[in-house]
Design a protein around this ligand. Structure first.
Ligand code: GAL
Length: 395
């Protein structure tokens, strides 16, 4: 089954990514705006690649196709529409039935009730990207009672022993890539400075921010301590620089406030860099800075993550300095392999058994590799590999 699953996966990924990317890029505003329009859940993934009967993992007793409950956090950010579409297509190509649900606009009660329904419908396995990693203990306890395995997807679900495996990227490395980029771009090892910097991370309920922000600060904190980097607002605590729902609107509002309270501007107080943990927060920061009169020529260095279409366009236009590419095709493929293994009683792919403790113990994980992305290498990373077409990235 492995070969046919892989082959079918590759075919469907090509078709679905093209569809998903077209949908995202087709609706993206070339001006830095907050969010890509949602991709319809009715993506014609299944029609494009009908599941082969031979690949269908049938239950031994009943011959029924196995069902996956796939719970994504929101349709309001490009990332999750893409992940949902990719995974639905990959699972269907491997012969599974998929119930894909999005938790409204980051609405925890909606996600909880969707999970309740999936559990009540006796899905064979749950794959969950949590809106709030702390809010699923109760509902997942019922999954555990029914022996439904749970894969924590991208974000670790905390404080529940129902989580079987975790599939994600090396989230600490995401942060160190951002920190190291700023260290090199500002030449912090050699330059005298001081350089002014502000910080933005993501949602306080997302365990990933501990890794993103922790990784970035591992590189940057020594320079704040020595005074070579200065944060004029003094807002460096993770809880203070967090951005609820990773929303571009929220990061834009906070950046607007920082601009007025610190007098930042092309002819005002110098601002050299803004460390943002991802692209949606970076997009809000870019918008605020452009509104304050900055242009590609003098805008501070802004970091990001995800290579969202809007942010890649900003990198090309010079209003975002870098991003981190997390190839969600690889993550989907890993999750399909994990599910195949769990449901057939074999060993799932695992490459980390130390890093991710969810409060009930370390969750065996597979970490995909995040990659530095900028205007220098985006074509090679994103266009040549078929992740986006050049047209989708045209400003
Ligand atoms: C994180 C995820 C990032 C980013 C962010 C906002 O959990 O790892 O890739 O997309 O959420 O959606």
């Amino acid at each position: 089954m492995k070969l046919s699953v892989k082959k079918a996966f590759a075919l469907v990924m090509a078709a679905t990514l093209t569809f998903a990317m077209t949908a995202c890029a087709g609706t993206a505003d070339p001006a830095p705006s907050s969010e890509a329009a949602p991709v319809s859940e009715e993506a014609p993934a299944s029609e494009e690649a009908p599941a082969s009967e031979e690949a269908a993992p049938a239950s031994e007793d009943t011959g029924e196709v196995k069902r996956i409950g796939l719970s994504m956090p929101t349709k309001s950010l490009q990332r999750w529409n893409q992940d949902g579409d990719n995974m639905k297509a990959a699972f269907e190509a491997a012969g599974y039935e998929v119930d894909l649900q999005y938790g409204g606009e980051n609405e925890v009660p909606v996600q909880v009730s969707q999970l309740e329904n999936m559990i009540a419908a006796d899905v064979d396995i749950l794959v969950v990207a949590a809106i709030d990693g702390e809010s699923l203990s109760e509902v997942l306890a019922t999954a555990k009672e029914k022996n439904i395995p749970v894969i924590s997807y991208d974000r670790l679900i905390m404080n529940t022993d129902a989580v079987t495996y975790y599939a994600t990227f090396d989230n600490w490395k995401v942060g160190t890539l951002q920190g190291t980029y700023l260290e090199e771009a500002l030449d912090l090892k050699n330059a005298e400075g001081p350089f002014n910097i502000e910080f933005f991370t993501g949602d306080p309920g997302d365990n990933n921010i501990n890794f993103f922000y922790g990784g970035a600060m591992e590189v940057l904190q020594p320079y704040l301590d020595s005074g070579k980097l200065v944060c004029p607002s003094k807002q460096t605590e993770q809880s203070v620089v967090a951005t609820v729902a990773w929303s571009s609107e929220n990061s834009q509002n906070r950046m607007d406030n920082l601009i007025s309270s610190n007098g930042y501007g092309p002819s005002g107080t110098k601002l050299d860099a803004v460390m943002c943990s991802n692209d949606s927060t970076a997009q809000g920061v870019t918008t605020a800075l452009v509104n304050a009169g900055y242009t590609a020529e003098n805008i501070p260095l802004i970091t990001g993550q995800d290579c969202d279409v809007i942010s890649v366009k900003n990198m090309i236009a010079g209003t975002q300095a870098m991003s981190v590419f997390k190839d969600t095709r690889t993550l989907s493929e890993t999750v399909v392999e994990m599910v195949d293994a769990i449901l057939t009683g074999s060993e799932p792919p695992i490459n980390d058994t130390e890093t991710y403790d969810n409060g009930t113990g370390v969750i065996p994980s597979f970490l995909c590799d995040p990659v530095y992305a900028s205007v220098e290498n985006y074509e090679e990373l994103l266009v040549d590999t078929g992740y986006y077409t050049a047209d989708q990235l045209a400003n």
